[in-house]
Ligand binder design. Structure first.
Ligand code: SAH
Length: 255
């Protein structure tokens, strides 16, 4: 090989799905990529920013499908960096919000491969925001929690119990399968009437939104056939969504 190789890795946040939600810095990184390793939750349209000759490798791990283990991805990233130069590791949302980004950073650093990080719009804030649901709002919510619904041991996170007891807006990622358990947690602390929303595929053409209350959210999610990827939002801020008034009307009609 006559080209001088300068191995480096860019951990790049791709945003929640809409390819226009990538940062300008992200576009510039892709333009100088020799290799792009991309995940299931990143939009393939983003690959068009990379040079035609760049190697593009899908390393996704859609649930139930284990094409690449995290170890394999780490190794691939280093092998490509050492052999080709600039590896852009394109990850859904922000690399450090349940993205295992630090594991990749750590692995690359252990090989003395320099890493730079380009944050992305996390679905946890961006997807509620696109629905005009603010995660904080003066007088309604002073903080927000972003929690995983599924921990490595398959249980719901203990933080959900604490968050349900707080006044914070609670955003839960990877929580759709655990929805009934999560609903029970909120009900157990007297929050059956708390506004709740579920957004599937936020910022994409297949986006779907369900707005309800803790008590009825699971039934509505079933009716609308909501599928992953989806996130859950629990909190008074959900009542700011225009369609929440229909939820109130439905109650009025029933009682
Ligand atoms: N690093 C990502 C999150 C990775 S965990 C980020 O910052 O957004 C993957 C989970 O994020 C999914 O299971 C889902 O709960 C949520 N998610 C990611 N993209 C989403 C989208 N466009 N709409 C709804 N939820 C999304």
């Amino acid at each position: 090989m006559n080209k001088h190789i300068e191995p480096r890795v860019t951990l790049l946040g791709a945003g929640p799905g809409d390819p226009d939600l990538l940062t300008l810095k992200g576009v510039k990184a892709l333009q100088t990529a020799d290799v792009v390793l991309y995940d299931a939750l990143t939009n393939e349209a983003l690959l068009e920013h990379a040079p035609a000759q760049a190697i593009k490798v899908y390393v996704g791990k859609r649930s139930g499908e284990h094409s690449h283990s995290q170890d394999a991805i780490n190794q691939l990233m280093i092998d490509y960096a050492l052999n080709y130069g600039h590896v852009v590791r394109l990850k859904g949302g922000d690399p450090f919000v349940f993205g295992r980004g630090y594991e990749e950073l750590d692995f690359a650093t252990s090989y003395n491969v320099p890493v730079s990080v380009i944050p992305g719009i996390s679905s946890s804030i961006g997807v509620p925001g696109l629905q005009q649901i603010p995660v904080t709002h003066r007088g309604l919510s002073e903080s927000f929690w972003v929690i995983t619904g599924t921990t490595t041991n398959g249980q719901i996170s203990g933080d959900i119990y604490q968050a349900a007891n707080s006044n914070a807006t609670v955003v839960i990622l990877m929580g759709l399968k655990q929805l009934s358990k999560i609903v029970e947690v909120f009900k157990a602390v007297g929050k059956a009437q708390l506004p709740a929303a579920v957004v599937q595929n936020g910022s994409t053409e297949t986006e779907k939104l369900v707005i309800s209350t803790v008590e009825n959210i699971e039934a509505r999610v079933g009716e609308e056939k909501i599928k992953a990827p989806a996130l859950l939002i629990f909190g008074e801020v959900v009542s700011l969504h225009p369609s929440f008034k229909n939820v109130i009307k439905q109650y009025a009609a029933i009682s």
